[in-house]
Design a protein around this ligand. Structure first.
Ligand SMILES: Nc1nc2c(ncn2[C@@H]2O[C@H](COP(=O)(O)OP(=O)(O)OP(=O)(O)O)[C@@H](O)[C@H]2O)c(=O)[nH]1
Ligand SMILES: [Zn+2]
Length: 361
């Protein structure tokens, strides 16, 4: 029965992600031993106290390298510090407040179990910080999901290349005409990812493709803070004019950090930090996204040669690395406004996006 419903490691990760997102612990287990692991953002003082009462006293907070650098430690790898008391508010300050510093605690390099725990929390779209407690003796952990360290380490590589189509149907769009929405399931967290096939692209030619990361604020509400909504609508329209194309609408809100973290980052931007600085303050790398799954979706639809509509050289590189032919790339500019001009300049100057030098608000 074990693998009747999928690869057991993948099943275990999906269960673990649901537990972590719900604020419950999981056991991460490997050669280095086992540790109870929780997302730091969902831990309150009661939970900290309960863990200690249950004899779990060696509580550690695992932080990403970006967050440790903000806290004043020049490191390249994740690290952990001892959690000395049950003050959850102080713990959360260390995790995401901009002016936090480590006073007494000196981080040590995270062990494999801790690094895997951190990766699990990140995959769950939560703040990248985990509370990890080594398990000594035989505490009663019945009902707690256990996951192997190696399974977490292999997860991304494995799931990103295995999309499957779950449904498809024609949807006519205003200003565009006939399209077909094809829904894939798979990838990180088994999210649904949508391909919109515009018109009738010829798989024997290089097809126009837009890989679009979801942006609730821009795509749906026409937020002035970014250019996503303009890019979405203009590329789909252009595909229709050119006889067809494929838009991949990826559930990668907030550059792969999730909507909650994006809005946390917007709060920091409101206080004067730029888009990448804000993510770094929260402990994220410059960009969390991977595009292997997008390449796998295109292959599944029968397209192997593309004209990519993007300003982001990473997307071109990712598709080429996945073995697709990127015949050309095409810039996709939205409006620049007084609210998004510095966002666009920052993408150009820090992440190498191909965006004009003379932007006007
Ligand atoms: N974390 C974070 N995400 C943002 C912010 N503004 C927009 N996003 C997200 O960024 C993603 C779009 O990424 P961009 O960097 O604008 O553009 P791109 O997709 O890399 O490149 P293009 O193909 O040229 O559009 C969407 O998922 C948005 O939700 C922000 O300030 N912080
Ligand atoms: Zn946006």
């Amino acid at each position: 029965m074990q693998d009747l419903f999928g690869d057991p490691d993948t099943v275990a990760i999906e269960r673990a992600l649901a537990e972590i997102r719900s604020g419950r612990p999981v056991v991460v287990s490997g050669e280095e031993g086992s540790a109870l692991t929780l997302a730091a953002e969902s831990v309150d003082s009661k939970a900290l106290k309960k863990l200690r009462t249950a004899g779990m006293t060696d509580l550690r907070l695992v932080l990403s390298p970006a967050r440790l650098r903000l806290l004043g430690h020049d490191v390249e790898t994740a690290g952990s510090i001892e959690i000395e008391d049950d003050d959850a508010e102080a713990l959360l300050n260390v995790v995401c407040q901009v002016d936090a510093r480590l006073e007494r605690a000196v981080p040590r390099s995270a062990c494999r179990t801790e690094t895997a725990g951190l990766e699990l929390v990140r995959l769950a779209y939560l703040l990248p910080a985990a509370v990890v407690v080594p398990i000594e003796g035989k505490p009663d952990l019945s009902g707690v999901v256990t996951i192997e360290t190696a399974a977490i380490e292999h997860y991304r590589k494995h799931v990103l290349t295995a999309p499957h189509i779950v449904s498809r149907a024609p949807v006519p769009l205003e200003d565009v005409g006939d399209t077909e929405f094809v829904v894939f399931r798979g990838g990180e967290g088994m999210r649904d990812q949508v391909a919109v096939i515009v018109g009738s692209p010829d798989p024997n030619e290089a097809v126009y493709v837009r890989i679009h990361s979801a942006c609730l604020t821009g795509d749906l509400f026409a937020s002035l803070k970014c250019d996503c909504g303009d890019q979405l609508r203009s590329t789909v329209k252009r595909m229709a004019e050119m006889g067809g194309g494929v838009l991949l609408y990826l559930d990668q809100e907030g550059r792969g950090n999730g909507i909650a973290n994006k809005i946390r980052a917007y709060r920091l931007q409101h206080a004067g930090y730029d888009t990448y600085e804000a993510d770094e303050i929260l402990g994220f790398d410059l960009d969390q996204r991977r595009f292997d799954f997008a390449a796998a979706m295109l292959r599944e639809l029968g397209f192997t040669s593309v004209r990519l509509m993007t300003n982001n050289p990473e997307k071109v590189a990712a598709l080429r690395e996945a073995g697709l032919n990127v015949a050309s790339s095409h810039r996709v500019m939205g409006r620049s406004t007084e609210h998004n001009v510095s966002y666009l300049e920052t993408k150009r100057d820090r992440a190498g996006h191909i965006i004009a030098k003379d932007l006007k608000a």
